[in-house]
Write a protein that binds this ligand. Structure first.
Ligand code: AHR
Length: 497
């Protein structure tokens, strides 16, 4: 099969906001305890943070990490997790039916984020709480001093404010499973009042309103429209969440899920712009795709877990090679919407549906680590508006899906062009050609391929290198023409400068 990518240096989609490579740590399973934090472990530093995990997180260059939930946040009292550790109460967490010890809280997370070279994206509880508590939390985090909560922070040993800029107004409030689940009108009003009070206290913050928990929600569309109608002036972003799985064993369909993600993003943009038009405003709402990943491998095991334990092995998906292909495609999809998707969080970061896993003997990289690693490192710059002529296949769920998913990033600062691509064909290699006449001085400097003969191959603690990228041989850039042969079911990165 053959495909052509058409490029013009004047046709650009937009600059990549680095926060598109964000991630997520929830108080869930072993994400916090035994994940990023494990005092007493041989890998722990003096603050109890796992240094082996910090190293891998820094490798991924994650610019922002959402915290502390997820479903957890909708029943959380942040005050339980600050101050002297021996006074912190253990509480049942109804969302995940476990015991939360509160040995780790927001100050520890801020410390961890500094060590991980990342920023905090903080979520407030709009399930069991409301504007007043969100304002108190913001005062604790961002107010300089001389008020009850800012002085409390100082008393807890944090002299300087945390200056947290990004705030999620609740989590998945459209979902009947959510603690304090709301109708769109109830949530829209609460988000408006919460955002208003928070911005009165600190006008420099940015807020994210909850959109739909996934595209299949029966309220999708009307939820977004009603919520935005009510809180438009107090929010900067609208969230999207989506997880995909291959429970039916239909890999072609699974790999076509990025088509679904693309449609989801386009639909939410349309709704944001519809509300904008109705309001006759110049303010544009951008998108925060703050939960996305593959999630289904651990469902059966999770259903059998005993309740009310501490930091159980929950949501510990072991990712295979085909999952890495889809994660690569989802990253390409996010990049292709760089003009409107400004924040995205791979959910999650460690142990819980995560690229990084830990045990008592170390931390290792799951298959999905690799497309994220390369895209985060080299997917920064300006996204080019390419036209792709590629053969398509008929997928069961999404209809027509292109065999080739691709995006071209032009990093003008480094004078570098990077092509990310996935060949979704399970049977055939794909011959690629791309006219780069306007970039004649460029040469290929790096070509990485992620492929494996077994779509179900996994990395484990004992075999952590089963699925790893290799250097590609089948690409050439001669007289401004890029040609390459992308093997069947493969992820690719070609860097040129
Ligand atoms: O990331 C796991 C869970 O998925 C989050 O807690 C929730 O927001 C979503 O349903």
């Amino acid at each position: 099969k053959k495909a052509e990518i058409i490029v013009d240096r004047h046709f650009l989609i937009g600059d990549v906001d680095k926060r598109i490579f964000g991630s997520f740590i929830e108080h869930l399973g072993r994400a916090v305890y035994e994940g990023i934090y494990q005092p007493g472990s041989p890998f722990a530093d003096t603050d109890g943070m796992r240094t082996d995990v910090l190293e891998l997180v820094r490798e991924l260059q994650v610019p922002v990490v959402r915290y502390p939930g997820g479903n957890f946040v909708s029943g959380y009292h942040w005050e339980d997790g600050v101050g002297p550790k021996d006074l912190r109460p253990a509480r049942p967490d109804p969302a995940w039916q476990v015991i939360e010890t509160n040995a780790f809280g927001l100050n520890e997370f801020v410390t961890w984020a500094q060590k991980a070279d990342t920023e905090v994206m903080m979520a407030v509880n709009l399930g069991t709480r409301g504007p007043e508590d969100a304002k108190n939390l913001l005062e604790y985090c961002n107010f300089e001093s001389g008020t009850y909560y800012s002085d409390l922070r100082k008393k807890h040993g944090y002299e300087k404010p945390h200056h947290i800029k990004l705030w999620c107004l609740g989590n998945e409030m459209d979902g009947p499973w959510q603690i304090g689940h709301k109708t769109a009108v109830e949530y829209g009003r609460t988000a408006e009042e919460t955002g208003r009070m928070m911005k009165m206290l600190d006008p420099s913050i940015e807020t994210v309103a909850c959109g739909s928990s996934n595209l299949e929600m029966p309220t999708f569309g009307s939820w977004e429209e009603t919520v935005l109608d009510l809180c438009y002036d107090q929010v900067d972003y609208l969230s999207l969440h989506q997880y995909y799985g291959n429970a039916n064993g239909d890999t072609a369909d699974f790999l076509a899920s990025s088509v679904g993600m693309d449609q989801f993003i386009s639909s939410v943009i349309s709704i944001c712009d519809c509300v904008k038009a109705k309001k006759r405003t110049n303010k544009q709402i951008n998108l925060s795709f703050d939960e996305w990943n593959v999630w289904y491998h651990s469902n059966d095991a999770d259903a059998k877990l005993p309740k009310w334990s501490k930091a159980p092995h929950q949501l510990e998906d072991i990712y295979n090679f085909e999952d890495a292909l889809l994660v690569g495609s989802m990253l390409i999809t996010l990049l292709r919407h760089a003009d409107r998707v400004k924040i995205a969080c791979l959910a999650q970061l460690v142990n819980v549906i995560a690229p990084i896993m830990t045990s008592d003997t170390g931390a290792w990289r799951q298959t999905i680590f690799y497309p994220f690693f390369y895209t985060s490192r080299y997917g920064r710059g300006t996204v080019m508006n390419t036209i792709v002529k590629a053969p398509v296949y008929e997928s069961r769920t999404y209809g027509d899906a292109s065999y080739l998913d691709s995006v071209l990033i032009w990093n003008q600062e480094n004078d570098e062009l990077t092509l990310f691509a996935v060949n979704k064909s399970l049977e055939e290699d794909l011959e690629i050609s791309c006219d780069l006449r306007q970039f004649t001085e460029y040469r290929i400097v790096d070509h990485k391929i992620l492929t494996h003969e077994n779509l179900k191959a996994v990395n484990t603690e004992d075999h952590p290198l089963e699925v790893t990228p290799v250097s590609g041989q089948n690409a050439a850039l001669d007289s401004g023409k890029l040609t390459a042969l992308f093997p069947k079911h493969s992820w690719q990165m070609i860097r040129m400068c």
